[in-house]
Design a protein around this ligand. Structure first.
Ligand code: ADP
Ligand code: ZN
Length: 754
């Protein structure tokens, strides 16, 4: 009783009543743990901490019987009556300032519901690791900074160095500023709490690379001007609107982004520009850098310290433009005026691991909450986006023509079934003729083949057995040199046997062509041309991507062979021929978006051709020239594809006409995976009974039925209403406890169906 705390209210009250009141009243903090318990937990806030416990900061709380201290996010604070069962006390406060604004807290709550993710997981996802590691405060000398990195307690000297390293600095600067020895810095480097910046570009400000262009066109085309007016109208009125720039490649979309951002900045506001992947869009980043002084480019190669430094610059309002991939949407801009998503149809905007959010939807939520425009640009908008425009929810601005009067290239389809088009290699005579034509005219060539490796599979010539990965249900891809069989599912490398492991006959044949073999064939067929290849195998080292593109730009390379990596965002005016070696490669995957993806990829890569005064052509090799996706791509008419595809989606209630929750179950034992998937499906059917238009599909083995020694089964639930669907899945699974050898996830509105 002697430990009663005095609240402000009590100072003004007197009489016998208040002692009793005080016992029942107090301040309660609701906290969320980053992992473990998913449910928000309530703790009492002791008086000594009342001033510092607030939503958005992390606190330390005792948990479980042992009262082990855990770090948790405070998401709400209220004062009121304490519950019957006594609450435990918050033990300490971790952060000096809130790491998350109220709006971000609201956003994380919405995200957790929208993608059936754990709130703690979402909270961790919206904050970069560097931010979570730093921000320490010692409010109470008895509670000296514990739980900094979950299992590590830095020494005071280490803590000082970490604090100082929040702004990038050299080791000498660090030791000087903190008085710590060089050994402390080395130790931190060793345990990974500090990282060397190496050759990574400076976090904020000028780029070490020369910007490609500075030019700002004197005049926008009428279509560009209309789009800009729509965006600026929304911006000036502080009224949220989503504007979709549906414009062929080279129609000037990026110029519209640039000028919208200029407008935002002129009004003292800031902008976020999302791109699919920084390393694949160097030109876009360069153009933003050239136009704006301070651009924060958030890319995946930043060290935690660099990322943290950027975060602080951004939060302090010192950066006007943030360019980054998916997670840059969480950048804490204090005066947000505009969000742009370039290539909005790209699947990389959806995170493949928990929380499985889609940055496009997050961007819409933020733009709506902030009352600012959201701009989505693409030559091939996703059907989800297209449908929202057709429904009148979003405004579509069409940029139908290339700027500067250059024509879209003529597309020639080569029917691979036609005996006349047979070739010894992967390049048909007509494609070869096209390459020759371009080279002779002084142009450059890009050849797309979306399969890396030498041969896509290796088969026994007598029994037909295909070599498979021992731990995945996938055929091994042959890579040279060294006759290595590499599994593209798990990366396992194995030496291929000399004879068939099934029938022991000698003579394995290499089937299917990958980029490696294509490169070899092209070199042989065009000995006078300089050939280079761009795929994940050749682009492993940092900077190699930019080096290859620079070499291509400088005309040191005549023919660039590559995977989808070469399809994106590149603008080389002397590319006169683009060849799509096998347009059907992804057309028959067990994925309802296979046609959409194929059409998008072929159109994107076709758009690389003929951007300059020399003009250009495209040759598409296909076994299904009549497929709507190929037909539409061949005449540059994406909308024709949309018109043929939307009714199919509507009939099947596939997105955009319905929502999907996909449950993927993994286990070392096939039975384990199958049984658990079966149980989930049964519960789902029971919950869905009587709810109209809900379909439960499965259980069934997933298209990739085994990966990394785990069997994979899946169950899908489809329905017209996403929130209803999630409710059904929650009800069906909330009381289920998976056995130890079974892991499962729920993917809401998946983009990956394999
Ligand atoms: P997209 O993003 O649609 O592919 P870009 O914005 O990159 O198109 O424009 C293609 C090329 O045309 C770029 O070199 C760009 O600088 C130039 N450009 C854009 N708008 C104009 C314009 N109004 N007048 C002249 N050139 C322009
Ligand atoms: Zn494998």
């Amino acid at each position: 009783m002697t430990h009663q705390h005095t609240t402000q209210r009590q100072l003004f009250e007197s009489g016998p009543k208040w002692v009793e009141d005080d016992a029942r009243h107090g301040t309660i903090a609701t906290v969320v743990l980053p992992e473990g318990v998913d449910k928000p937990l309530d703790y009492r806030v002791p008086e000594a901490l009342a001033a510092s416990v607030e939503p958005g900061r992390r606190v330390r709380v005792p948990l479980g019987r042992g009262n082990r201290e855990r770090l948790a996010y405070c998401v709400a604070v209220r004062s009121g009556e304490l519950p019957q069962a006594p609450l435990k006390d918050v033990a300490g406060v971790e952060d000096e300032r809130p790491l998350l604004s109220r709006r971000m807290l609201e956003l994380t709550e919405w995200m957790a519901d929208r993608w059936m993710a754990r709130r703690g997981e979402v909270l961790e996802a919206v904050l970069p690791a560097g931010v979570r590691l730093r921000h320490r405060v010692r409010l109470d000398p008895l509670l000296v900074a514990s739980g900094v990195a979950p299992s590590r307690r830095p020494t005071p000297a280490q803590a000082r160095v970490l604090e100082a390293a929040a702004t990038p600095a050299t080791a000498v600067q660090l030791t000087r500023a903190t008085g710590a020895s060089r050994a402390v810095v080395s130790r931190l480097l060793k345990i990974g709490l500090l990282q060397e910046a190496g050759s990574v570009e400076r976090p904020v400000g000028k780029s070490p690379r020369q910007p490609v262009r500075h030019d700002r066109p004197a005049q926008l085309s009428p279509a560009q001007a209309d789009a800009l007016a729509a965006i600026c109208g929304s911006m000036r009125a502080s009224r949220h609107e989503t504007v979709v720039l549906f414009g062929v490649t080279g129609s000037g979309k990026t110029e519209v982004y640039l000028q919208s951002v200029e407008e935002a900045v002129a009004y003292g506001r800031q902008a976020i520009v999302l791109v699919p992947e920084i390393s694949l869009t160097p030109q876009t980043c360069d153009r933003f850098r050239a136009r704006f002084g301070t651009v924060a480019v958030l890319h995946s190669h930043l060290t935690p310290a660099e990322r943290h430094a950027q975060w602080r610059e951004i939060a302090a309002g010192r950066v006007n433009v943030v360019v980054g991939a998916r997670s840059a949407i969480f950048a804490p801009l204090p005066r947000l005026g505009l969000i742009v998503i370039d290539e909005e149809h790209e699947t990389s905007f959806k995170q493949a691991t928990a929380p499985r959010y889609h940055a496009r939807d997050v961007a819409e939520w933020i733009a709506r909450a902030e009352g600012v425009p959201l701009v989505l640009g693409s030559a091939t908008p996703s059907l989800e986006t297209f449908a929202r425009c057709l429904a009148g929810e979003w405004r579509m601005c069409r940029l139908a023509d290339r700027v500067g009067g250059s024509q879209l290239p003529a597309v020639l389809t080569v029917d691979l079934r036609d005996p006349g088009s047979r070739a010894r290699g992967a390049v048909t005579p007509r494609l070869a003729a096209g390459i020759r034509w371009a080279l002779d005219a002084g142009g450059q060539v890009m050849l797309l083949l979306n399969r890396r490796g030498f041969a896509t599979h290796v088969q026994c010539a007598s029994c037909g057995h295909a070599m498979r990965c021992p731990q995945c249900d996938l055929a091994l891809t042959l890579h040279q040199p060294g006759d290595r069989g590499i599994c593209h599912g798990c990366g396992l490398v194995s030496r291929l046997p000399a004879a068939c492991p099934e029938c022991h006959a000698p003579g394995l044949v290499q089937r299917g062509t990958g980029t490696q073999r294509l490169e070899e064939q092209v070199r042989r067929a065009f000995p006078d041309a300089a050939v280079a290849r761009m795929d994940t195998d050749t682009m492993r080292t940092r900077g190699s991507h930019e080096r290859t593109l620079d070499a291509f730009r400088n005309r040191d390379i005549d023919i660039l062979v590559g995977t989808q990596m070469i399809a994106k965002g590149l603008d080389f005016p002397t590319v006169m021929l683009v060849g799509v070696v096998n347009a059907d490669a992804a057309l028959h995957l067990a994925d309802f978006r296979a046609s959409e993806r194929t059409c998008q990829l072929v159109m994107q890569v076709a758009g690389r051709s003929g951007r300059g005064p020399l003009g250009g052509r495209v040759v598409v090799q296909t076994s299904t020239p009549d497929h709507p996706a190929i037909r539409a791509a061949a005449v540059h008419d994406y909308e024709a594809f949309v018109r043929s595809e939307l009714p199919i989606r509507e009939q099947l209630l596939y997105p955009p006409y319905g929502s999907i929750v996909r449950i993927v179950v993994r286990s070392e034992s096939e039975r384990g995976a199958a049984d658990w998937a079966g149980l989930v499906a049964e519960r789902l059917r029971a919950e869905a009974a009587g709810v109209p238009a809900i379909r439960v599909l499965g259980p069934a083995p997933a298209p990739i039925a085994r990966l990394r020694d785990r069997f994979r089964w899946h169950v899908q639930v489809h329905g017209p209403d996403g929130s209803e669907l999630r409710l059904i899945v929650r009800r069906a699974t909330c009381s289920l406890r998976a056995p130890d050898d079974v892991a499962w996830i729920a993917d809401v509105d998946p983009v990956d169906m394999l």
